[in-house]
Design a protein around this ligand. Structure first.
Ligand code: ZN
Length: 386
């Protein structure tokens, strides 16, 4: 087995300081591209940066640590202590002041190790992630580690992440001067990584302009195609959503009513604009009708029909158990096919609020058009794939 010096990460890592930076980062990193998707395990950039540096840089105390790396590290730490004390966190500050006063302290490999770990802890601060001084120093250390450990001069070390997800690890690898290979099984992840790691560095703002332009185009085309399925009401309001409820058959003795599954009857719950549904049982037809309560008050809004998966019938009051509800829905392929339309959500140009109304004859006509179109498209798709 080839012998190699241990890397810093095998010795120590200032976890406490890195965690503090990672927690803070979570609360401020909203606009980042990776937030477009929900990830299994989001890695804070702070932690990735620290882990990559500590995996690439050898431990100066290890007898196998190349002396050229130690020399470079000493020079850089010394320079840092002379010029950049103001960029350090409070916990690193005193060490670097001591080094500034007495640079020979760095001849002690333990002291050099601690200084490098201090640097890693401070570099993991979000505020330092684009600081030129931090970037330059980290890249010099990465390059020196690579070449002194046998990397061909002029090449970079390669960080490989086969399940890159949101791309925190490859992004940070590039930041600290390594090359990165990233892949994932998830195509969303692959696309995001391609954009962040390849397209943004290559095209910059031009990319943003093009995305805006083509996004606008997609929006217009989609509007053209979908307008017929969201026809305006006579009063000019435009439907933007159709709210549906799946239904089950009440299993109460002798009942058999159609029960819509609704968790909450609230449509909007704002101080000025609260709207809710009211269940109106039709005992003769054994079904439930609806009314809409404008300016709804909490005391006038009842519970929905569903609670922890069981469904209570508004006609007879019987509660069909969660297990039976599940069985019924399963028999109907999930229940979407015979879902019942409950409410139409509408909006008006220049108004940010929402209007709600009950479905009319016209809506059912629209829904039938949608169904026909969908069947047409599905059929076309089948032909296409033959
Ligand atoms: Zn019933």
């Amino acid at each position: 087995m080839t012998q190699y010096p241990k890397r810093l990460i095998e010795i120590d890592l200032p976890i406490k300081r890195i965690s503090a930076h990672a927690r803070r980062e979570k609360s401020i990193r909203h606009g980042h591209i990776s937030t477009l998707h929900i990830w299994w395990a989001r890695r804070p950039l702070a932690a990735c940066r620290a882990v990559i540096c500590a995996s690439l840089w050898p431990d100066p105390v290890d007898p196998l640590c190349p002396s050229t790396f130690k020399e470079t590290a000493r020079t850089l730490v010394k320079k840092w202590s002379e010029n950049n004390l103001g960029l350090l966190g409070s916990e690193s500050y005193s060490r670097f002041v001591r080094i500034q006063k007495e640079p020979a302290r760095l001849d002690n490999d333990e002291e050099l190790r601690r200084a490098l770990l201090d640097f890693i802890a401070d570099f993991s601060n979000w505020d330092n992630s684009t600081n030129e001084k931090y970037l330059e120093t980290s890249r010099s250390l990465t390059q020196s580690a690579h070449e002194s450990l046998g990397g061909i001069p002029g090449t970079k070390p390669l960080v490989v992440d086969p399940f890159a997800g949101g791309g925190s690890i490859p992004l940070e690898a590039l930041r600290v001067g390594a090359d990165a290979f990233a892949s994932d099984l998830n195509p969303v992840a692959v696309l995001l990584n391609k954009v962040v790691l390849e397209y943004i560095p290559k095209y910059g703002n031009k990319l943003a302009d093009e995305v805006r332009k083509w996004g606008e185009w997609v929006k217009k085309e989609a509007e053209k195609e979908l307008t017929e399925f969201y026809p305006k009401d006579p009063d000019g309001l435009t439907p933007i959503a159709y709210l549906w409820a799946r239904t089950i058959t009440c299993e109460g003795p002798g009942c058999g009513a159609e029960v819509p599954l609704i968790r909450s009857l609230w449509l909007a719950k704002k101080n000025k604009h609260s709207v809710a549904l009211k269940l109106v049982p039709d005992h003769k037809e054994k079904k439930v009708n609806f009314e809409i309560i404008q300016d709804a008050k909490a005391k006038n809004v009842k519970e929905g029909t569903v609670r922890r998966g069981s469904a209570t019938c508004p006609i007879c009051g019987y509660t069909t158990s969660a297990a039976s509800v599940r069985i019924q829905l399963k028999k109907r392929g999930g229940g979407a096919a015979d879902a019942k339309i409950i409410t139409i959500v509408l909006t008006k140009e220049g108004y940010t609020g929402r209007y709600y109304r009950l479905p009319t004859e016209n809506d059912y006509k629209t829904i039938n058009r949608v169904k026909r179109k969908l069947a047409e498209l599905t059929e076309g798709n089948r032909e296409f794939h033959k």
